[in-house]
Design a protein around this ligand. Structure first.
Ligand code: BES
Ligand code: ZN
Ligand code: ZN
Length: 472
């Protein structure tokens, strides 16, 4: 789909349909009120109606802000793609809402058709904005930057949606190498021999029963005089069967998405390198497959992590934290970063706590959490909720036999105890630099919501890109 922006008046733009977004008040004042109301159109949020005789698509919105426009634009693009129209135009009154429109059109219009034998031909190809305001350059720059982040989000969705027989740790690493080539990033892939040399005993145990070698992917973006250095760490479980603590059949379905943290981190690397931000960013992805077999790691095993801390395995399905323990340690030893952010589909408990749509945010620095919450999450349109650590929950991770257990002794607060497990692998000097994002609920959906369609959502890419774009 092509999205263009010009300072031509709307009636000077060649297109076969005009899109209008209307609130209820605007509907009442509309020149076609009578006809619109006759059809039953009430301008309800996300509703759409074609007036073919007038070459008009009207879309209901509660308010003209990015949050409402994003989901209304997602509805609009779905209607247009189902139609025989080829090109649409709309008037843009302010640069402030470009983001909402473009995210709605690109992300709401996303489809993943790799495995369909027959893909429906779509005639719809073009959207043109008419912008008569004063700041044409700003409008064009906003469009370009929004498109970069939205396309990076689609890139992340594509990887998440790829079937697990195709996307395994080695092919994940190949894909990262390709991204590095295309976007001039540094790339270092550690295979199992190097992981053994680096004493990554926790990560290696998780991948042991897989027919695929585990890989640690390290990508780097290094501009000349970076303002800050950031490390991004991603859980990249290309499949999570649960291991010997096998998941029930219905819970296993969708577990190809357990790599979504790693996919988000790659999406952010794509976005920031295309935005040419002047910050240095490193991505570390632990790409592993959690399977069963005679050589599988098991409940009762005691693993020696890279940090030398020993971990009692009580449940092989709490594997993400084991992989992250070693990858976080490796990341902290490889790069002295100003911030360390990890992204992981870590716990079902996060969904219980916050619902399916909201990413769980954990960490120690109130400033970082607060600034982060207020600015990046809000203006990105992603939902983030804070889950507070406390010393009482931390005690539940105590092991009688090793330094720590990989599961808590009580199930309540499972997202927080998982976050506090990771804290054991954060060095003292980095406590205030680290945040953990649990994207278990937000990374994948089986029913459309907002600008998300079936499958991977690309959670993390928009809010992290927004945070990084605003770094001073
Ligand atoms: N990958 C899962 C978490 C998950 C569940 C993500 C559902 C997305 C949707 C993770 O590895 C896991 O299985 N966690 C366990 C932890 C438990 C054994 C302590 C869980 O959440 O049940
Ligand atoms: Zn698991
Ligand atoms: Zn998992």
């Amino acid at each position: 789909m092509n999205i263009k922006l010009t300072n031509n008046k709307l009636n000077k733009i060649d297109a076969d349909i005009t899109i209008e977004f209307l609130t209820q008040e605007e509907l009442d004042a509309h020149q076609n009120t009578h006809m619109l109301k006759k059809t039953g159109f009430t301008a309800e949020q996300d509703s759409t109606l074609f007036l073919h005789e007038s070459s008009l698509l009207v879309c209901g919105v509660e308010k003209h802000n990015n949050d409402f426009l994003r989901s209304a634009s997602a509805s609009a693009i779905k209607a247009l793609r189902a139609s025989n129209y080829a090109a649409a135009k709309l008037e843009l009154k302010t640069t402030k809402t470009i983001k909402g429109f473009v995210e709605g059109f690109v992300l709401g219009g996303y489809e993943y058709n790799e495995y369909k034998s027959e893909v429906k031909e779509r005639s719809f190809t073009d959207i043109s904005f008419s912008y008569i305001g004063e700041d044409l350059q700003k409008a064009k720059d906003t469009l370009t930057n929004t498109l970069i982040v939205a396309n990076a989000t689609c890139f992340t969705r594509d990887i998440v949606n790829t079937a697990p027989q195709e996307l395994n740790p080695p092919s994940f690493a190949k894909l990262a190498e390709k991204l590095a080539d295309e976007n001039s990033l540094g790339c270092d892939i550690l295979g199992e021999d190097r992981l053994r040399d680096e004493k990554m005993g926790a990560m290696l145990a998780v991948g042991r029963a897989s027919i695929h070698d585990s890989k640690l992917i390290h990508l780097s973006y290094k501009p000349a005089n970076p303002k800050k250095i950031i490390s991004l760490v991603g859980k990249g479980l290309t499949y999570d069967s649960g291991g010997l603590s096998l998941k029930p059949a219905t819970s296993m379905v969708t577990m190809k998405m357990d790599k979504a943290g790693g996919c988000a981190v790659l999406g952010v690397m794509k976005a920031i390198s295309e935005l040419k931000l002047d910050i240095e960013v490193h991505a570390f992805v632990g790409a592993v497959e959690n399977m069963i077999g005679g050589n599988a790691y098991k409940p009762d095993d005691v693993l020696v992590s890279r940090s030398k801390k020993t971990i009692e395995v009580r449940n092989t399905d709490a594997e993400g934290r084991l992989v992250l323990a070693d990858v976080l340690t490796y990341a902290q030893e490889s790069v002295q970063a100003d911030y360390i952010f990890d992204f992981a589909t870590l716990t079902g408990a996060c969904m219980v706590a916050l619902g399916q749509y909201t990413t769980g945010l954990m960490g120690f620095s109130t400033k970082l959490k607060h600034d982060f919450m207020m600015k990046a999450a809000n203006d990105s349109g992603e939902l983030i909720g804070h889950l507070p650590f406390n010393r009482h929950l931390k005690k539940l991770l105590k092991s009688e036999i090793a330094d720590i257990s990989n599961t808590a002794s009580k199930p309540y607060g499972g997202a927080i105890t998982a976050g506090m497990f990771l804290d054991n692998f954060i060095k003292d000097e980095n406590k205030d630099k680290w945040l953990h994002f649990d994207i278990a609920g937000s990374a994948y959906t089986e029913t459309p919501w907002d600008c998300n369609v079936y499958g991977g959502t690309g959670a993390g890419v928009r809010f992290m890109s927004s945070f990084l774009q605003n770094i001073k």
